[in-house]
Design a protein around this ligand. Structure first.
Ligand code: AMP
Length: 284
């Protein structure tokens, strides 16, 4: 595995790989790897000749009161884990190289970023789409792989790729979970033991929603009521939102029809966690 630290060298490597007819797969990350990340990398390994991952804790996608400074970082640990799954290129640029002092371009995807996390993190997705477009231009991948755990992010990137006619296949991979169902996240390391235990209720509430949907419940309010009930029964959980949306437009729905996403965000102490469930029903 080769570590590349500069935008210039990364572009040179990718140009050369493309000239040689190689298929480049790409997994962008903010590091502090867990099985969720490794699963994306393994898929990348299978799908291309050259697997590039990036590790960049992108300051632009954090709000002023968010956890940019405290976000977990361990380069040596990440390096070993990436090497273990067969990554070819580990791209870890400096913030000053990604955002020189005169940087002034922002990419904003409109409708799909307004709802859900966009409500409490109003500048988050423009930070994501800006850095991902820049990374796409630097890494020049044929295929880019993202996790469904960050469902709104995946939809936003897919929309950007479509709108800007980018020649990149964007692939979503299922959420990888801990044994008790909690979605893996680098932020889980922030949780105190009591909070970690209470966090199980997020997955439990989504399982309840799934059960209701499978039994044929189609009224959104009934499902939301059950989810809220489960989350409210945990005193350490503070709900940010629980919503059921069209899985493509991310607009709220009153009745379940076609593809929907049941999405939630909650605080456990200072830690904000998200999770979701995508459910498909026939469209009338
Ligand atoms: P992050 O480092 O948190 O920005 O995540 C990098 C990529 O890994 C994103 O595409 C995430 O959606 C994905 N990811 C994070 N956690 C999980 C998980 N538990 N299961 C699947 N993918 C994940």
């Amino acid at each position: 595995m080769e570590i590349i630290r500069t935008v210039k060298e990364m572009k040179e490597f990718s140009s050369e790989a493309r000239r040689a007819g190689k298929t480049i797969t790409f997994v962008p990350t903010m590091g502090y790897f867990h099985e969720g990340h490794l699963n994306l990398m393994r898929e990348g390994r299978r799908r291309g000749d050259v697997l590039v991952i990036s590790l960049f804790v992108n300051p632009m996608q954090f709000g002023p009161k968010e956890d940019f400074k405290s976000y977990p970082r361990d380069f040596e640990r990440d390096r070993k884990m990436a090497e273990g799954v067969g990554v070819d290129i580990f791209f870890a640029p400096e913030a000053s190289d990604m955002y020189p002092p005169d940087h002034q371009t922002i990419v904003r995807v409109e409708k799909v970023t307004q709802n859900l996390c966009g409500r409490s993190r109003p500048t988050h997705f423009q930070g994501v789409s800006t850095v991902v477009l820049k990374l796409f231009e630097i890494v020049m991948p044929h295929v880019a792989i993202f996790g469904e755990k960050d469902y709104q992010q995946l939809v936003t990137i897919q929309q950007m790729v479509k709108d800007l006619h980018l020649s990149i296949d964007v692939l979503g991979m299922p959420t990888v979970r801990e044994a008790d169902g909690l979605a893996m996240s680098s932020r889980n390391t922030y949780l105190l033991p009591d909070e970690r235990k209470a966090a199980q209720s997020l997955y439990r509430s989504l399982q309840k929603a799934k059960e209701l949907l499978q039994k044929g419940e189609r009224r959104t309010d009934r499902i939301l009521h059950e989810i809220n009930g489960i989350l409210h029964s945990e005193s350490l959980v503070r709900i940010d939102y629980v919503q059921i949306c069209d899985a493509h437009t991310l607009e709220d729905v009153d009745r379940i029809e076609g593809d929907v996403v049941v999405a939630l965000a909650a605080y456990l102490g200072k830690t904000r966690l998200i999770d979701n469930l995508v459910f498909q029903t026939p469209k009338k």
